[in-house]
Design a protein around this ligand. Structure first.
Ligand SMILES: Nc1ncnc2c1ncn2[C@@H]1O[C@H](COP(=O)(O)OP(=O)(O)OP(=O)(O)O)[C@@H](O)[C@H]1O
Length: 268
């Protein structure tokens, strides 16, 4: 099987600063300021060509960070990411320039991806039609609602015919009719054998759409396998987690952070 995505040992470290002074000191001084925070602590997984993989995990587990790294939008701190083919990320307002109009954003995005002026001229009407933005297409994106931004982002990404498509919660913002239309488009892509990553809190959508599930927990892979195998385990965890008291949740987090520390130490 041909690999579409190979992610090896990816770590993403953020710096958390208590105030702006600390941030500036960290930039200017040789000594390190601020606290290290690991959004991803050594994540590995592979996608075969045509796989549809769902990322699940509680809030803050690293799903968006990982999808942004696979899409090449955020750099990894260490580890490696290989993507075969052109990748498109759909997330609310991902990569849209707020001061430009919807139309300018379409042109800019396609130009940056290497489309010719002629190709852009051909693609533009179908993108605008798909976005259902009507005359708003010539208004600056900063005047759009989050649903409108998501529609524009979705319309650009699906119409440029990518090899790998990453969809981060984009369907939860638009209205129901648009979400259905988008889901249809994604089914079409799936039938064409395109590789997709799908980030959503809707387990129903995951079940309907994905083949495999990557379960992230505090920046680590808790499980990776078929939907049938992993999703019931995740569902059970979510139900149990919801029932935990605040103290039990804290304890669970502490233990997971210890495992994270050990995993990071084992790497050095
Ligand atoms: N730019 C940043 N600076 C500092 N911390 C960040 C940054 N971006 C993300 N994080 C932190 O990294 C962790 C992972 O965030 P991420 O958005 O990837 O999680 P998620 O699983 O997508 O969460 P959600 O389900 O809530 O969208 C979070 O604790 C978040 O606060």
């Amino acid at each position: 099987m041909e690999k579409a995505i190979i992610v090896k040992n990816v770590v993403k470290k953020y710096k958390l600063y208590s105030d702006n002074k600390e941030r500036i000191l960290d930039l200017l001084m040789p000594k390190s300021y601020g606290e290290d925070f690991y959004a991803l602590a050594g994540v590995s997984f592979e996608a075969e060509k045509g796989d549809v993989i769902g990322f699940v995990g509680t809030n803050g587990s690293g799903k968006s960070t990982l999808s942004n790294i696979v899409a090449g939008i955020v750099p990894e701190t260490s580890g490696s990411v290989e993507v075969n083919g052109q990748v498109a990320l759909i997330a609310v307002s991902a990569g849209l320039k707020a001061d430009l109009t919807g139309r300018d954003n379409i042109e800019l995005k396609l130009l940056m991806l290497g489309f010719s002026k002629q190709q852009i001229k051909e693609l533009e009407p179908q993108i605008i039609e798909f976005s259902e933005l009507g005359k708003f297409i010539d208004q600056p994106v900063k005047s759009y609602s989050s649903g409108m931004k998501s529609r524009l982002g979705f319309a650009i990404s699906v119409n440029m015919d990518p090899d790998v498509l990453i969809i981060d919660e984009a369907l939860s913002v638009g209205d129901k009719a648009f979400a259905e239309k988008s889901l249809e488009k994604m089914k079409e892509f799936k039938a064409q054998g395109k590789t997709m990553i799908f980030v959503s809190h809707s387990l129903g959508q995951m079940k309907r759409f994905c083949d495999k599930i990557l379960w992230l927990e505090y920046g680590m892979v808790k499980d990776f396998g078929s939907v049938k195998e992993v999703l019931p385990k995740y569902e059970q965890f979510v139900n149990e987690f919801k029932k935990m008291s605040k103290e039990e949740k804290e304890k669970y987090k502490e233990e997971a952070m210890e495992r994270q520390g050990e995993a990071l130490l084992a790497r050095v």
